[in-house]
Design a protein around this ligand. Structure first.
Ligand code: ZN
Ligand code: CU
Length: 487
């Protein structure tokens, strides 16, 4: 008797997410799981997709996002599903939408304004209430969420220019415990950013002290990614060791022209410490970073593009030098007039970016900023750019390795069970694409554009993106971190 699958994908070249060589086969999906992989030519499906030899891979996991609010305000998640992403890790860089047990300052304390300039979305008093909202109104993608230390500081402290007092640390610790109980996967910090710069290492260790008990992890936008990048790595490793949890070095880079080439040093140090503690890292495939606008950051960049401005929105997408010229003032003065604002900073070296991307243990994370008027193209383009530009065109790694860096490796590091892999019994999160054409379409000049070559994207067995558009399906789930079976 013919077995009927809900969805049958025929003639796929299967890249399974483990870094193993691709193989040909069919994939039978029933409900939210992959039921069979192999020669299914004698079976049929309620819906069938014939790939004609094109690629079926696990859905990509975006290891570094700021999608906390987009999950709710734009639940089709078009910037993500259009590039094949089926799961996002949110709450990074110390910035999470929850919890906010008291009114958020007005104007919203930067960099929390990256999530919402107006502040109206910061209305979840507990992490539990936020996750309940995500479950009640699911998005197209799955998510796993971190609680941000900068959010906790804004929620509990009145003066960010100093270390937290014992009672403030206690208040933050209680919020961490509540978040971890509710289903957060760990804590993120943004020690680079003004509201957290004054936090000493010991404060972070104390705020994170219960993470081990909850099997959480520690993700960090380090204090410094330029001249003091080595000190910052050592600080991050120390926090991981003292708290007793894995460390994720977010968007690893060496910034500023004076530090060109130093990824040789940083990767060697990371590799050395990996021998004695769990360290993970992610990277986005561009030489430009993006965050809030500041005159200091602009001064150490070779080019600056304004990505949004609350006071002068018409300047979004333009170079800061051109804006200063039009205003007939200095760059510093232009920055003052534009604030609060966001910017894209060119301050990395291509060879460093390639060296970090190529490093065995590097995951791909977009760090996309979904609410910017003229966002860094990483928001729409990171994953296809790694597959196309860096994989196919520059030959940085084989397709299987590129896929592994966005699926199997990421699922293992974040403890996302039965995700990031194509095998019988795993969740049916898949991306179907053409290896010969896949690439980003987004550019710095025109950053909002769905990628090329992505044919269909499936989340928990439901098609969320097909033929260049969202299908309207919203099968996303809130994922939790499961203890790793490996030792
Ligand atoms: Zn960051
Ligand atoms: Cu980030």
């Amino acid at each position: 008797m013919k077995k009927n699958f809900d969805l049958l994908i025929r003639n796929a070249s299967i890249v399974d997410g483990t870094n193993a060589p691709r193989f040909n086969g069919d994939i039978g999906i029933r409900g939210d799981r992959i039921e069979c992989i192999g020669d299914l030519s004698s079976f049929c499906g309620d819906l069938e997709l014939n790939l004609g030899g094109r690629i079926a891979a696990p859905g990509f996991i975006d290891s570094h996002t700021h999608d906390d609010r987009m999950m709710l305000s734009n639940p089709d998640m078009a910037p993500k599903v259009s590039q094949g992403v089926t799961t996002v890790i949110g709450g990074n860089c110390g910035v999470s939408l929850a919890p906010m047990p008291r009114p958020i300052p007005n104007p919203v304390t930067p960099p929390l304004n990256l999530l919402d300039e107006q502040g109206t979305w910061f209305h979840f008093p507990t992490f539990k209430s936020y996750l309940e909202e995500l479950r009640a109104n699911p998005a197209a993608t799955n998510c796993a969420m971190l609680v941000g230390h900068t959010t906790l500081r804004v929620a509990t402290m009145n003066d960010f220019s100093q270390a937290a007092s014992p009672s403030e640390i206690q208040a933050m610790r209680e919020l961490v415990n509540e978040a971890m109980h509710a289903g957060a996967i760990g804590v993120s910090t943004g020690l680079f950013y003004e509201p957290s710069i004054a936090a000493p290492t010991e404060e972070v260790i104390e705020v994170c002290s219960s993470l081990k008990k909850f099997n959480g992890l520690y993700c960090t936008h380090m204090r410094n990614e330029a001249d003091r990048v080595i000190d910052s790595l050592e600080e991050s490793f120390r926090i991981g060791r003292e708290v007793g949890v894995p460390v994720v070095i977010s968007h690893h880079k060496v910034a500023e022209p004076a530090n060109q080439g130093r990824s040789v040093e940083t990767l060697a140090l990371i590799e050395k410490n990996m021998a004695t503690q769990t360290i993970c890292l992610d990277c986005y495939p561009y030489t430009a970073s993006s965050t809030i606008l500041s005159a200091d950051r602009a001064a150490t960049s070779t080019r600056v593009i304004v990505s949004w401005s609350q006071s002068l929105p018409e300047y979004a997408g333009q170079d800061l030098t051109a804006i200063a010229q039009k205003m007939n003032c200095s760059q510093e003065e232009a920055v003052k007039r534009l604030l609060p604002a966001g910017a894209i900073y060119f301050k990395m070296d291509e060879a460093d970016v390639q060296r970090i991307l190529k490093f065995d243990q590097t995951m791909i994370g977009s760090d996309g900023l979904p609410h910017d008027t003229s966002p860094h193209p990483r928001l729409w383009g990171s994953f296809p750019r790694v597959l196309g530009h860096y994989g196919r065109l520059l030959g940085l790694f084989p397709l299987e390795t590129a896929v592994y860096k966005m699926t199997g490796l990421t699922a293992k590091n974040f403890g996302l069970k039965d995700r990031g892999i194509l095998r019988e019994g795993a969740y049916a999160d898949l991306t179907l694409f053409d290896a010969d054409t896949v690439d980003e379409a987004a550019t710095f000049a025109a950053p909002i554009a769905p990628a090329r070559g992505i044919e269909a994207v499936i989340v928990n067995g439901a098609i969320v993106w097909r033929d260049g558009k969202s299908t309207g399906a919203r099968p996303g789930r809130v994922l939790q971190r499961e203890p790793s079976e490996e030792t």
